[in-house]
Design a binder for this molecule. Structure first.
Ligand code: HEM
Length: 407
């Protein structure tokens, strides 16, 4: 597949904003997606580990982690759509070809996701009080995790197939015989997949530090439970950090020839430093973890590290496609659409900011309150504002749609 062909596959309409906007938003939303996926997987595994344990604290943790995993699946799906939109805008020749080559799996992805989510709920329905009764029907949670992992594996494969235009023809027509059924996944890199999945262990460790901090402010915190959680979170971060780095190192060592430059580039070292900084944060904070908001800081540092890892992953893709295939995502024709830009950023920043700000403030303050929590009048106004903004947004969205349609 030569460079002209790749450019010919681009959308002739161009893109509605500068391509750098899509790349940056792609990286940020990919990091958010990864954070949710990793919390989901980490919490899911801890649910299994704890639900069947004879120790009450493990069962208590399992009950919380099941609730966390349930919510994290929906967050992972919602914030998975965002990088999907950005990647298909600036890398459409690659993304769509990869999808068409494995079309059967692209559709299967949705069915597996639905089955995985339902399995998690079946486990939830079977277990009303894990702390008191212990777990039942663990097979459902195992099935859920396996299905969700297979979903991740499909995306991993699609995202990697796009990097090999030189192989597309042989995948589409092996030995010259066209196979248009889309039933095969053609490329994967297990160390790379393992790296992103193994990061679930330190990420859920950081999550437990935050959970612990949240419990500290609750009505009559259980000091013994909090003391039990700290070394567990620490262990998850340290062991998980090492496991992830091993996968990362094997990924770097097994990069295909055209990407091998990345392994010894400053970019991979920046990602390494960001991950090491996250793992070191609880060790540096020590006693301060129980003071102020420091308990939340580890997850914050981890989120920044995931953005750094996401940015480095994007460097790998961008440079590979420019260097080996002459495709520069940044020279996409810009067909500036100001309305879309204003609509998108105001939705993202104003509507998203106000609504998420309200939800986070309510959840956080509820955890700080002893007894029944009543939100302050200011917070209530923020809640009303977020509903009002949503109504305005919906009206503007449809009004513009009808206006354009009627013209
Ligand atoms: C719930 C189970 C899921 C898991 C375990 C999972 C896992 C992953 C992993 C490991 C990657 C990185 C692949 C790599 O770079 O090698 C990834 C990327 C991605 N995921 Fe997910 N994912 C899940 C669900 C979803 C869903 C539901 C969507 C979309 C609605 C989605 C959209 C994406 C996109 C678009 C990328 C790649 C973005 C890019 O290449 O820039 N994922 N996911």
């Amino acid at each position: 597949m030569n460079t002209e062909m790749l450019y010919a596959l681009r959308d002739p309409a161009g893109v509605p904003s500068h391509p750098i906007v899509f790349l940056v938003l792609g990286v940020i939303t990919f990091a958010l997606h990864m954070a949710a996926v990793q919390v989901m997987l980490g919490a899911g595994v801890l649910t299994l580990r704890g639900a069947f344990s004879a120790e009450r604290y493990w069962r208590r943790l399992a009950a919380t982690m099941l609730t966390t995993a349930k919510i994290a699946v929906s967050v992972a799906i919602v914030v998975g759509v965002a990088p999907l939109l950005f990647v298909q805008v600036v890398y459409d020749p690659f993304w769509y070809t990869s999808n068409v080559l494995s079309a059967w799996w692209v559709i299967g992805f949705i069915l597996l996701l639905i089955a995985g989510y339902i399995s998690m709920y079946v486990f939830y329905w079977k277990n009303h009080d894990i702390e008191a009764d212990g777990g039942r029907g663990g097979i459902w949670m195992v099935a859920s995790l396996a299905l969700l992992l297979s979903v991740g594996f499909i995306v991993h494969s699609l995202t990697n197939q796009m990097l090999f235009p030189e192989s597309w023809m042989s995948w589409y027509a092996p030995n010259g015989v066209v196979q248009p059924d889309g039933k095969s996944l053609h490329y994967w890199n297990l160390p790379r997949f393992g790296f992103f999945i193994a990061l679930s262990i330190p990420v859920v460790g950081a999550w437990i530090f935050a959970y612990r901090r949240y419990l500290q402010a609750s009505d009559q915190p259980d000091a013994a439970y909090l003391a039990w959680l700290a070394p567990l979170a620490q262990k998850l971060m340290l062991i998980g950090g090492v496991v992830s780095l091993v996968f990362g190192a094997v990924w770097m060592a097994t990069l295909p020839e055209k990407m091998a430059w990345f392994a010894i580039s400053p970019w991979s070292f920046i990602a390494l430093l960001a991950l090491l900084a996250t793992v070191a944060t609880p060790l540096l904070l020590k006693g301060r973890l129980d003071q102020g908001y420091w308990g939340y800081a580890i997850f914050g540092v981890g989120a920044v590290a995931l953005i750094v890892v996401g940015a480095m992953r994007e460097v790998l893709r961008y440079v590979t496609l420019v260097g080996a295939h002459g495709y520069d995502a940044l020279d996409y024709r810009v067909n500036m659409d100001w309305f879309s830009n204003v609509m998108f950023f105001s939705t993202f920043l104003v509507l998203g900011g106000v609504t998420l700000g309200y939800l986070i403030a309510v959840a956080w303050q509820a955890g700080q309150t002893k007894g029944i929590y009543t939100p302050s009048p200011t917070l209530n106004r923020l809640g009303s504002l977020s509903v009002g903004l949503l109504v305005v947004w919906t009206v503007v969205y449809f009004a513009v749609g009808f206006f354009v349609w009627a013209r």
